[in-house]
Design a protein around this ligand. Structure first.
Ligand code: UD1
Ligand code: CA
Length: 455
């Protein structure tokens, strides 16, 4: 049995007042349409079809090969939009879910229930309804005496009596494919608006004496449709709670889920604790037993196990295990901190690897550098990595001791066991086990290498 989804996403989304197509607005870090496609995955068997129109190029580019696109031009209503999928799907599938691409909270289970209901329905389709005290903006559901659906009345044509109806059309339908195409061609033009309404297929079925079933959904928060940025914010809050809840059920602790902001798709291992006011964005993932936050922003970063990240900002960074950072540390793109690195306050690392056990306690900038294992970076150390045109590399060996306030003028190499005195300005490579001091620093003597004990 084949089930295929048709997503209607051609409308203009005027009320968003945006130059970005509505379905590409982000919700927990992913476009609205991503959430709908994600939910549909578990209820369908085939590649979805997305009907595009307004902002077609942008939407198509985003979708790539995750969906087949058909163009609706001009946009003559939801019935007309669904009809555009006929050329791609006729005789190719058994059931068709039609839904609107601006309802990102409908879950996979809800779509699966819809398909199941239609499977048992002798009639041509089923739809999802919901009861709400404030029905504003939705089509109203009229029922027959036997409980089947009689009609969907759009709000602007509803009589005052009908306006009081609290059962609403959510906007998700499952059709027997063979029946659908024919019915779509029979939808009458709505004279007032010059459009073809998908909702009018109910009356066509009723005329044919065929039953339309409704699945009553009990969670109104899943049915938020995004028409304005106010709705977008409401949907974001609901989605965020859903994401956080799932992490907690998977063994992640959150001191305050209300102030924890995690993008959809982020992976977090068990026994990790997320402290308040923490933001984890994009393609981020972390392992087990970490303590993250409070007051931390992580974007597109990968973190191992048992790390502590306090009040810090990480972007495009990688931490291996047992790294301890912050408060007030900043990692930029390409920062790679291996196991047992300690990074204290007011440090910045960019495009650099800090090997195991490197200590960098305070006020330092490390860019385009490789720092060998167990090296100590004194407070105020700076890699002067930019000559005004190019970024230049610094290579520091193992067991090096960089004294406070050292300027490392790149390109530069410091051998294993080297040391610099406080305030040194190092412009020339330093040999192994050599202490340099001064401005610019010059070698003064050979020194005995200090080995820090391995853990
Ligand atoms: C629609 C339903 C209404 C339901 C409500 C739920 C109709 C006629 N009405 O109203 O019963 O309660 O959703 O949210 O279906 N679209 C196209 N092409 C078009 C027009 C619209 O692709 O020519 C797409 C839009 O991009 C949007 C979706 O269809 O994603 C729904 O359109 P919208 O104008 O938002 O319908 P509503 O007025 O919300
Ligand atoms: Ca809508």
């Amino acid at each position: 049995m084949k089930v295929t989804a048709v997503l209607l996403a051609a409308g203009q989304g005027t009320r968003m007042k945006s130059s970005l197509p509505k379905v590409l607005h982000p919700l927990c870090g992913k476009p609205i349409v991503w959430h709908v496609l994600e939910a549909l995955k578990s209820a369908t068997t085939d590649k979805p079809v997305v009907v595009i129109g307004h902002g077609a190029d942008e939407v198509k580019k985003y979708l790539g090969d995750s969906a087949d696109c058909v163009l609706q031009e001009p946009q003559l209503g939801t019935g007309h939009a669904a009809m555009q999928a006929e050329s791609l799907l006729k005789n190719k599938t058994d059931f068709i879910i039609v839904t609107y691409a601006d309802m990102p909270l409908l879950s996979g289970e809800t779509f699966a229930r819809l398909v199941e209901t239609q499977r048992l329905n002798p009639g041509p389709f089923s739809l999802i309804t919901v009861f709400a005290d404030d029905p504003h903006g939705f089509g109203r559901i009229l029922r027959n005496d036997d409980g089947t659906v009689q009609a969907i009345v759009e709000e602007y044509v509803a009589t005052p009596e009908q306006q009081k109806i609290k059962e609403l059309n959510v906007g998700a339908y499952c059709f027997n494919a063979d029946w659908l195409w024919n019915a779509l061609h029979r939808i009458p033009k709505n004279e007032k608006k010059g459009e073809y309404y998908l909702t009018d297929v109910v009356e066509l079925a009723v005329k044919d004496n065929l039953p339309v079933q409704a699945v009553v959904h009990d969670d109104f928060s899943e049915t938020i449709g995004i028409n304005t940025r106010v709705h977008l914010a409401e949907a974001e809050a609901a989605m965020r709670m859903r994401v956080n809840r799932e992490h907690m059920l998977n063994g992640v602790s959150m001191a305050d889920p209300l102030s924890t902001y995690i993008d959809a798709g982020v992976r977090i291992g068990k026994d990790t604790t997320i402290m308040p006011n923490t933001y984890i964005y994009g393609e981020s993932e972390m392992g087990e037993g970490n303590v993250i936050g409070p007051n931390t922003i992580i974007r597109d970063s990968k973190i191992g196990n048992r790390c502590k990240v306090l009040a810090s900002v990480l972007e495009g960074a990688r931490l291996e295990d047992d790294v301890d950072m912050g408060p007030f540390a900043r990692l930029r793109k390409g920062a790679h901190l291996k196991s047992h690195v300690h990074m204290g306050n007011f440090g910045e690392v960019k495009d650099s690897t800090l090997e195991e056990g490197v200590k960098m306690g305070h006020f330092s900038y490390i860019g385009n550098a490789k720092i060998g294992a167990n090296t100590n970076i004194g407070a105020g150390t700076v890699t002067a990595n930019y000559d005004g045109e190019n970024k230049l590399p610094t290579e520091i060996g193992e067991d090096v001791f960089i004294g406070v306030d050292t300027m490392l003028v790149a390109p530069l190499k410091l051998g294993d066991g080297a040391r610099t005195g406080a305030g040194a300005i190092v412009t020339k490579n330093v040999a192994e086990d050599t202490l340099v001091v001064g401005m610019p620093a010059r070698p003064i003597k050979k020194v005995e290498r200090r080995k820090r004990k391995a853990k």
